[in-house]
Design a protein around this ligand. Structure first.
Ligand SMILES: [Zn+2]
Length: 65
């Protein structure tokens, strides 16, 4: 689930996995194609840098006692 600004709705909407119709790997990351609540086809680029940062913060660093 992620949020997206739909130009047709002119609002931020929540998009659920069941609305996603396609995932395309691009040079900039993964582009999701989905159908908004209003029925319009939308795309959103998922930023891979964000998930890398999340993974990095989850990594445990040994602390010298
Ligand atoms: Zn919409």
């Amino acid at each position: 689930m992620f949020d997206h600004h739909c130009p047709t709705c002119a609002a931020r909407v929540l998009v659920f996995p069941s609305q996603v119709s396609a995932m395309t790997h691009t040079e900039d990351g993964i582009e999701l194609s989905f159908t908004c609540w209003c029925g319009s086809e939308q795309t959103q680029l998922m930023n891979p840098a964000r998930s890398e940062a999340r993974g990095g913060s989850r990594r445990r660093t040994p602390v010298a006692a």
